[in-house]
Design a protein around this ligand. Structure first.
Ligand code: ATP
Ligand code: MG
Length: 562
């Protein structure tokens, strides 16, 4: 996506309306946004909403969007997260060009500004502990209690702050606080903490610092340094806006950003909180941050969701100021829509049942011409070998079928996709009565899948030649949480994990050509769903993930909601 695409007129939301009017009325010349992750976890689909909004606005209005890490808390931040976040934003289709920034790059400037506030009598070093500060903050109805240190002299605060930086005090011994208003109705304005002592190495500044700015002190000033015009964030920061404005009003910042808040994305059957996702990882409930059940971008990618489908989903959701929960089926619908157009069709048999075609020559191998994508003739066809012994899906046969079962049964004729019509003549069982083989006959006149006399079987099955297969393990995925609102029950959220969220099938068989399918490419196993090779896949030991089943359940979910 280049930055010079024309504004897309069909897309509009309240943030774009604000940007458009700011540009029209000359309040800003060039729109500058940023996506500001804290590198304390992997990005999830909620972040995709923020990424698409920030980068999308920059694209639409010929502006710029920075990628900036708000890396102010070394206790929780790791290089692994910094790397994964960059990979995920790129994968989603966005480019920050040379504008990769870190709040930690501004630590020296932020320190100078903190000194400036102390000098101006607008900040002070407080000797109270974090617990004491919290206890004296007051409530929504009661004002806070001023710290005994609130009126200490500028000189003393300057001296203590310098010594905090020099490493003279242990963690938690002192903090720097803004001196605003302990009786403010907005608790964020009751002398918020600007700096804390933390003798911890930082992923980027290593041991250079043992005091770190709070997120609230770093965030707005970082935007100001970068010339961000529209600081777009989620609603929980609305109550912090007066504080951000207070800092920029009281400091000689090079520019004044304006903050606009929009509603977070929430999805049914999952959680979008890095803290909870980290628990799933740490407690071994999933295979890692990129487990295909995770709502992380790397998990969705491993699951086989194309980036285009996620961008479409985010755009369907839109941008609003009211919190809501979106059905996960809507995301699946958007993804299916892309896959239905683009995914190549392949044959795979997950639970194989042997078919022997008694009237088919022993040694003959015919190449059947099978379309790669009926939705897109440009995708051409491929040759799939057909032989006397085949595999079909076990549940495509019933010995004693109920009236609505149209697939194979004794004496019944079905079509094998792009091959022949076959009729079941005999059922072979083992000593335990389990069906091990079907003896069938074929009609040589039906090659390609149609009969000269125009007869049409009621079912078309997928199949594989028994001597042309590759073995595979297939992992079937379903919603990570059984309940649509996993956090609403009040019990420990992990108790709600869907025990059937991953089912591993062994002994599956796939077209040999599927051993060439790359990780990252999603195909349709005909009649079964969309699947992609997992990164655990190896030559001779293929592993596929089920991306999604074929049936779109979104319409049904919508109907229930009405
Ligand atoms: P989490 O609550 O999952 O831990 P966070 O808000 O702490 O996420 P950040 O790294 O601070 O994660 O997020 C970067 C940006 O993404 C922020 O501007 C934040 O507002 C936005 N964001 C985070 N979660 C969502 C969401 N569910 N929907 C939309 N935007 C989100
Ligand atoms: Mg955050």
């Amino acid at each position: 996506m280049s930055t010079d695409t024309a504004p897309s007129p069909e897309r509009s939301d309240f943030v774009r309306d604000i940007v458009a009017s700011d540009l029209r009325e000359g309040r800003v010349d060039t729109v500058v946004t940023r996506f500001p992750p804290e590198p304390n976890g992997y990005l999830h689909i909620g972040h995709a909403k923020s990424i698409c909004l920030n980068f999308g606005i920059a694209n639409d209005f010929h502006g710029r969007c920075n990628l900036r890490f708000d890396d102010t808390n070394p206790l929780k931040e790791e290089q692994e997260y910094i790397d994964s976040i960059q990979a995920d934003v790129r994968w989603l289709g966005f480019d920050w060009q040379e504008r990769l920034y870190f709040a930690s790059d501004y630590f020296e400037q932020l320190y100078e500004w903190a000194v400036r506030l102390i000098t101006d009598g607008k900040a002070y070093v407080d000797d109270q502990s974090a617990d004491e500060i919290r206890a004296h903050r007051g409530t929504l109805t009661e004002p806070g209690v001023p710290s005994p240190c609130r009126d200490r002299s500028v000189a003393e605060s300057l001296d203590l702050f310098e010594r905090m930086r020099a490493g003279e005090f242990p963690n938690g011994a002192r903090v720097l606080r803004a001196k605003i208003d302990m009786a403010a109705g907005n608790i964020n304005m009751r002398d918020p903490v600007m700096y804390r002592i933390l003798h911890t190495a930082h992923p980027r500044t290593a041991d250079a610092w043992c005091i770190y700015p709070s997120y609230d002190f770093a965030h707005g000033q970082s935007d100001a340094i970068e010339g961000v015009t529209h600081s777009i964030c989620t609603l929980e920061f609305q109550d912090h806006r007066p504080l951000y404005d207070w800092f920029t009003a009281n400091l000689p910042v090079p520019s004044v950003p304006h903050q606009y808040e929009f509603a977070r994305l929430n999805l049914t059957h999952t959680v979008l909180s890095k803290r909870l996702l980290l628990r799933l990882v740490n407690e071994g409930i999933v295979r890692g941050w990129d487990d295909p059940r995770m709502p992380t971008l790397s998990g969705l990618r491993r699951r086989g969701f194309p980036a285009e489908g996620l961008r479409d989903f985010v755009s369907m959701v839109g941008v609003a100021r009211a919190d809501s929960v979106v059905e996960i089926e809507m995301m699946e619908h958007a993804v299916r829509d892309v896959l239905n157009r683009s995914a190549l069709r392949r044959f795979a048999v997950l639970d194989p049942l042997k078919v022997v075609i008694e009237n088919y020559p022993e040694d003959l191998v015919e190449e059947m011409d099978v379309p790669n994508n009926p939705e897109d003739p440009d995708c051409g066809t491929r040759a799939v070998p057909f032989t006397r012994e085949l595999w079909i899906e076990r549940d495509d046969f019933l010995e004693d079928p109920p009236s609505k079962f149209f697939r194979l049964a004794p004496g019944r004729e079905v079509r094998l996709r792009s091959a022949y019509f076959i009729t079941c003549a005999e059922v072979v069982k083992d000593d335990d009565g389990r069906i091990v083989e079907l003896r069938c006959t074929y009609d040589p006149a039906t090659r390609g899948g149609s009969a000269p006399d125009g007869r049409r079987p009621k079912a078309t099955l997928h199949w594989l030649s028994a001597s042309h297969t590759a073995p595979a393990v297939v992992r079937l995925y379903d919603h990570l949480f059984a309940s649509p609102y996993p956090s609403a029950r009040g019990t420990d959220i992990l108790e709600d994990v869907n025990p059937g969220s991953e089912v591993v099938l062994t002994g599956c068989l796939v077209e040999p050509s599927l051993s060439q399918t790359r990780v990252g490419e999603t195909v349709q196993f005909e009649r079964l769903g969309y699947f992609c090779p997992d990164r655990d896949s190896a030559p001779g030991a293929l592993v596929f993930n089920r991306t999604l089943g074929l049936r779109d359940t979104w319409a049904k979910v919508q109907a229930q909601g009405r």
